[in-house]
Design a protein around this ligand. Structure first.
Ligand SMILES: Nc1ncnc2c1ncn2[C@@H]1O[C@H](COP(=O)(O)OP(=O)(O)OP(=O)(O)O)[C@@H](O)[C@H]1O
Length: 331
């Protein structure tokens, strides 16, 4: 079990993290989401031992991970960290960069293992290429193979696909996360991208201004987001007054509705006038405005013409689900 406790951490006199406390079970994949500057990288650096924390501790079972004030070379042997800036050797080849970290006691399997890792990151054709000739995205993939070569028990990933284009990103994240699951590696991934998180992380931590405001099963968090900030990390979301959705409603509050949760109706429901219709490939994302000026984003299969009036409904199941959350926390 990874146990992280950070009572307080700051750079100079500015507090960045406060009252952080969470655990990650062996083999579990946990995502860390939060807006830019919320403290994700700082938290990963503390866990890995790059930053010293006065008030707090990091344990892997009963072993304490010690910070830079205790370790000359940061990090513990059972844990690896893939930073946003990758630490590669530019003048040697891709295969040498990866092979450098394989155990000297298993020389006879080196070639096979390098091939397996290069296959995973889809870089076999570049095995003999010097790293300095690679693009940023290719270097990020090599950095990934390098940390995997070290067979960590815990892997900390900081925006692991940040430099990788969409073309490679989809297959790479599938290959990588399924591989890590199969190997039983404990994973903590910091990301802004819901596609890194929703299909792969069993649990998600939400960081807002240095504090964990949610720590829940990922699917539950998506279906019942405790607040607008959390839901908006998963994509576009609306905060809709109940009175706009159901004119007879006595409930004086708003609920969160994702654009795909609106259904079209012929003549009743939330009336909006279309302002824009954005082509998104599989659907259109439309921006509309209600009579009281509330801006609503909703999906449709076809382009909606500017100025057209549309009636939108949300299922009672979705409304009830969102109202339940509101009883526990303020939306
Ligand atoms: N070395 C540093 N010295 C001083 N302040 C720093 C340092 N590193 C980060 N910060 C500040 O700490 C805060 C949190 O930064 P951090 O990089 O942890 O956020 P983040 O959530 O990972 O952001 P991003 O998603 O953009 O990578 C920011 O306000 C940042 O400016």
């Amino acid at each position: 079990m990874l146990k992280v406790q950070v009572d307080s951490f700051g750079y100079r006199d500015q507090t960045i993290l406060k009252d952080i406390s969470f655990e990650v079970a062996p083999g579990e994949h946990v995502a860390l989401m939060g807006e830019s500057g919320s403290g994700k990288s700082t938290l990963l650096k503390i866990i890995y031992g790059l930053l010293h924390v006065e008030e707090g501790s990091v344990f892997w079972d009963d072993m304490e991970a010690l910070g830079p004030n205790f370790n000359l070379v940061p990090g513990e042997p059972y844990m690896k960290y893939l930073a946003q800036d990758f630490d590669l050797m530019p003048f040697i080849s891709v295969e040498e960069n990866v092979g450098q970290f394989l155990s000297v006691f298993e020389r006879e399997t080196h070639e096979e293992r390098i091939n397996e890792l290069l296959d995973l990151i889809e870089m076999k054709p570049f095995a003999k290429t010097k790293v300095k000739y690679l693009s940023g995205g290719q270097q990020q993939r090599v950095a990934l193979a390098r940390v995997l070569a070290q067979e960590p028990e815990i892997l900390l990933l900081d925006e692991p696909f940040g430099h990788i284009d969409n073309f490679k990103r989809n297959s790479l994240r599938r290959n990588l996360f399924l591989y890590l699951k199969k190997q039983g590696v404990t994973v903590l991934t910091a990301s802004h991208d819901p596609s890194d998180v929703l299909p792969f992380a069993e649990r998600t931590l939400i960081l807002e201004q240095g504090q964990i405001i949610a720590n829940e099963n990922t699917q539950e968090l998506y279906k019942r987001p405790p607040n607008y900030y959390t839901a908006s990390l998963f994509g576009q979301v609306n905060k809709v007054p109940m009175k706009l959705l159901k004119s007879y409603s006595e409930i004086d509050r708003s609920i969160l509705v994702y654009p795909h949760e609106f259904k079209f109706s012929d003549s009743s429901g939330l009336k909006v006038e279309v302002i824009h219709s954005f082509f998104k490939g599989s659907h259109h994302l439309n921006e509309g405005v209600a009579d009281d000026g509330t801006v609503i984003f909703f999906n449709s299969n076809k382009k909606q013409e500017k100025g057209v009036t549309i009636f939108l409904n949300v299922s009672l199941e979705t409304i009830n689900r969102r109202l339940q959350v509101g009883q526990k926390t303020n939306t």
